[in-house]
Design a protein around this ligand. Structure first.
Ligand code: KG4
Ligand code: ZN
Length: 342
């Protein structure tokens, strides 16, 4: 079964053809990052406009790379939430039109469920067979930091979430304080690599008797540290010292990675799962991938970085397993910007 997966919830315009929920036949991602970078964050109106311009060409190239025409597909799937309302609308209505014009099954997918199913897309990986359900999913991105217990296909329980900023948002804000570019996550990772590690630790916020996260205290701690060192507000007369920037970036990355790993370990002790799935843009972070794998007593499945950040392949994968559950032909599907999983 070949499904076209479409994703436009934030700043990537993406489409992919996925076979049987596991094999990537084609996968095309057009990023808008340069349009938003000069504003230091995503501008919703620009995102919608760029999706309008880019989506049909992106779909065309996904079909062309797959060597297929629309009528040969078995279904069209699209992210219908959570995300930016205008950005989601472009994806949902375009996908609906494409499906309707060829009488194809049409299905809406929760973006967070997409991030979970990216784990099914690596060759030779089948989390259902090994390590098997139940699985603990940490979905960590620009909009979410959620711990989700997955007991089977489509069976989710949200057991922890951020009380304030998402981890990706905290990366982006810390990067801004340190004079680094947008998006902040890859920039912090890049400069942290050259740190020699003399910087004192930053706090690892933990909420008592809860599996929730909180990152706003850490964000403030980075700001205070930067102020103390005369790095923020940026000095007018001189450039920031790259060695100092990399040390504070490294201290921030260590603290935020530790918070996520510690909470995930608390969660697996409580719920006795067989494995962990890591997903979402922040799961592209090499330190998080390394530390989670080192600390976990159970298997950690983490897709390659390009499948952690937003893409259409994960939507096509999730759709296959949803169609299995019989939820096709959603003609009245609408966008739900605050959709939750579990
Ligand atoms: O999943 P995603 O592509 O979009 C949302 O659904 O939000 O995640 C984007 C977020 C951004 O905040 C970005 O800074 C972060 O993922 N990110 C990273 C890395 N790559 C992307 N954070 C830390 N390290 C990375 N290597
Ligand atoms: Zn995402």
């Amino acid at each position: 079964m070949k499904i076209l997966g479409i994703e436009t919830s934030c700043d990537e315009t993406a489409a992919a053809v996925i076979e049987d929920g596991r094999h990537i036949v084609s996968n095309v991602v057009a990023t808008q990052v340069e349009m938003h970078a000069k504003y230091g964050g995503i501008v919703p109106e620009i995102a919608s406009r760029e999706h309008m311009r880019a989506l049909l060409p992106v779909v065309d190239s996904a079909l062309e790379q797959a060597g297929m025409e629309l009528p040969e597909l078995d279904g069209v799937a699209v992210t219908h939430g959570p995300g930016l309302a205008g950005a989601l609308l472009v994806g949902v209505n375009t996908a609906k039109g494409l499906a309707l014009s060829h009488n194809l099954p049409f299905i809406g997918i929760n973006h967070l469920e997409g991030h979970v199913y990216a784990a099914w897309l690596e060759e030779g990986v089948d989390p259902e067979a090994r390590p098997g359900f139940p699985l603990m999913c940490l979905i960590t991105s620009g909009g979410h930091t959620d711990l989700i217990l997955m007991e089977g296909h489509g069976i989710y329980k949200l057991i922890g979430r951020t009380r304030d900023d998402a981890a990706g948002e905290a990366f982006d804000k810390a990067a801004r304080v340190l004079g680094l570019g947008f998006p902040g996550g890859p920039e912090i990772q890049r400069v942290a690599e050259s740190a020699v590690g003399l910087e004192p630790d930053l706090p690892r916020p933990r909420i008592r008797n809860s599996l929730d996260f909180s990152f706003s205290g850490l964000k403030t701690a980075v700001l205070r540290r930067a102020e103390l060192k005369g790095m923020y507000p940026p000095p007018e007369e001189s450039e920031l010292d790259p060695a100092e920037v990399s040390e504070v970036a490294n201290a921030f990355q260590e603290a935020i990675v530790d918070s996520m790993v510690l909470r995930t370990m608390d969660a697996i002790r409580k719920y006795r799962v067989n494995g962990i799935i890591l997903g979402g843009g922040v799961a592209a972070n090499s330190r998080l991938r390394q530390k989670m794998t080192e600390e976990s007593p159970v298997e950690v499945i983490v897709p390659r970085p390009g499948l952690c950040t937003d893409n259409g392949a994960m939507i096509g994968a999730a759709a296959f397993f949803s169609l299995d559950r019989g939820s096709a032909f959603q003609w009245d599907l609408d966008v739900i910007p605050s959709l939750r999983l579990g």
